[in-house]
Ligand binder design. Structure first.
Ligand code: NAP
Length: 539
């Protein structure tokens, strides 16, 4: 590859680690990020964190936790709002760094920045309202026979410092100040980010905004750190550090499961909330294809190629029952998807993996090509491909179930509804599942719908899986390997529940109870008192 000399443009990127409020570059190993559009390295060099720096970040985080865990909801809310404001104040330099390091367009960068700020503000609102701590009170009944009932009160408390591993495909919303960081800080947990090597400059700028917010709102030194690394060692050491008490991860199944295993081998195992791969099955029921087949084919051509297919919710699998409508759908999907211009992918490694994945699946028995964009493109641009296969071949071959990260999908032609149901039962856990059809078909194809619902975290009717709304009712997760714990979400305000544990206070003096559990309810929050939801005081 031709190596061109990069231009020096960045003002604020130092390439150093942020150990709490201090910048640090003790190591000798450095690496650069990459501009996939120009196909050259960027001008920035990043210092890989050393073992001492990892230890310093974890120790500072642990010390900061002793103070931060006791801060009021409104103080932590002010911190989160200040982070959002400081991210916005970074202005154009942040947007141009993001686009340079990811190859993603400016509109996407701005949209994702807005989403990231919105997430931080949503957690601030949750904290100010305060009821999220699930205060539950059972008052004493000294007269109860045969034994008196004791006063017991329970609420949620933060678990301690959290290591956050951001993803390649969302340099803002699932990275340095993304959902994992926002939810952990909201819960009262300090955060140590293992910066993603593909967008370390973007990560440093966002880190600098977080540290300005730390200073502005009087947060303890160590409540946030950002560590650089271009290999797996820094992340492994972080997960094994005894002062780290939880892990948030978004990325590959390989990476997520490796960290999950590592965390469970510790003397004190810790939870790892990893959001990993998914092929997001879409079931096209007969009426969807006979009545709106062309419309759905056009929509799915767009959804498969959106963001060069680099979404964890990309529709990588479309299932239908063999008939002429399915044939027509396949034909239109093929024609429409070949009309679209390929986009630049995030990095040469992601592009190479995409090419390998496409190649591997295209050579599996029984597969046929529906569409393949063959016109020459610039380096790192992802040429879309769609295959088709019979249900029986798909059932027999688990290779066809694997995620190809990029603009790729397989249409499975099932012999009948039973075969479709069998496939869904055998599928690995998924983030989403989609049903296209008429509302009456939900009943007619009850077993299909039930099989899909049992394998996914979010079930969609007549839509596309790409696009994840950030709201309290969102579930972004799913049965393994979509995530390591299907009971939790990484998107929306419920994501805070990953970083807390309940504690019960038995027979505890009023003045020493946390405010959320005191009789006079000074926070005016909703609680469950003697099995009733109420925000009243206890007389
Ligand atoms: P990744 O390779 O899993 O990396 C995510 C982060 O975890 C990086 O910081 C990486 O560090 C670290 N990491 C990975 N494996 C590790 C290990 N064994 N031990 C310690 N740290 C480890 O994911 P990615 O870079 O986002 O994208 C690569 C692939 O992940 C894609 O091709 C796609 O298949 C998948 N992906 C899935 C989703 C999703 O939401 N489902 C999103 C994005 C990507 P280093 O890079 O420094 O090793």
């Amino acid at each position: 590859m031709e190596i061109r000399k990069p231009q020096i443009t960045g003002k604020m990127i130092t390439g150093k680690n942020y150990i709490g409020n201090e910048q640090s570059a003790k190591g000798s190993k450095t690496y650069s990020t990459f501009d996939p559009k120009l196909n050259i390295a960027t001008e920035w060099n990043f210092y890989e964190a050393t073992e001492d720096e990892i230890d310093a970040a974890a120790t500072k985080a642990y010390n900061a936790f002793q103070e931060y865990k006791n801060f009021s909801g409104s103080k932590k809310a002010d911190f989160l709002i200040a982070i959002a404001e400081e991210i916005e104040a970074l202005g154009d330099e942040l947007i141009s760094t993001y686009t340079k390091e990811s190859g993603l367009p400016e509109g996407r960068a701005k949209g994702e920045r807005g989403r990231t700020m919105g997430q931080l503000k949503a957690f601030a609102t949750l904290l100010k309202e305060g009821s999220w701590v699930e205060a539950t009170i059972d008052t004493a009944q000294p007269e109860r026979e045969p034994f008196p009932k004791l006063d017991i009160r329970k609420m949620l408390f933060p678990i301690g410092p959290i290591a956050v591993f951001g993803s390649s495909n969302f340099p803002f919303a699932f990275s340095t100040a993304g959902g994992d960081t926002a939810s952990a800080l909201a819960a009262g947990c300090p955060v140590i980010v293992k910066s993603h090597p593909m967008h370390a400059g973007t990560g440093e700028l966002v880190s600098s905004a977080i540290l300005k917010a730390v200073e502005r709102t009087g947060m303890p030194d160590g409540v946030f750190s950002n560590l650089n690394s271009s290999g797996i060692e820094v992340g492994q050491q972080l997960v094994l550090h005894p002062k780290v008490k939880g892990v948030g991860f978004t990325g590959s199944i390989k990476g997520g499961t490796a960290l999950y295993k590592l965390a469970n081998e510790r003397n004190e195992p810790i939870p790892v909330f990893a959001e990993m791969g998914s092929i997001n099955p879409v079931v096209a029921l007969p009426s969807a294809l006979s009545e709106n087949g062309t419309e759905w084919a056009k929509k799915y051509a767009g959804s498969i190629t959106l963001g060069a297919g680099q979404f964890c919710t990309n529709p990588g699998l479309i299932l239908g029952i063999k008939n002429t409508s399915l044939n027509q759908f396949i034909e239109v999907l093929g024609t429409e998807i070949e009309k679209l211009e390929p986009s630049c992918m995030l990095h040469p490694n992601i592009h190479n993996n995409f090419e390998k994945g496409k190649q591997e699946l295209s050579t599996q028995d029984g597969t046929d090509v529906i569409a393949s964009y063959e016109t020459a493109v610039d380096p790192n641009y992802g040429q879309q491909k769609v295959l088709t296969v019979n249900g029986s071949d798909f059932l027999e071959n688990p290779k066809l179930h694997q995620e190809v990260f990029g603009p790729f999908s397989i249409v499975v032609q099932c012999a009948n509804a039973n075969e479709l149901t069998d496939i869904l039962h055998q599928l690995e856990g998924q983030l989403t599942g989609t049903i296209l059809g008429d509302a009456s078909e939900i009943k007619t194809f009850e077993e299909v719908v039930d099989a899909l619902q049992s394998r996914v975290g979010r079930i969609i009717f007549n839509g596309v899986p790409t696009g994840v709304e950030v709201c309290p009712s969102m579930l972004h997760g799913g049965p393994f390997p979509a995530s390591t714990d299907s009971r939790f979400t990484s998107v929306g305000t419920s994501a805070i529940k990953r970083w807390v544990r309940p504690v019960s206070y038995q027979n505890w003096p009023q003045q020493s109870l946390p405010d959320a559990l005191k009789n006079d309810n000074p926070l005016h929050i909703m609680r469950i008192v003697d099995s009733e939801h109420t925000n009243s005081k206890i007389d």
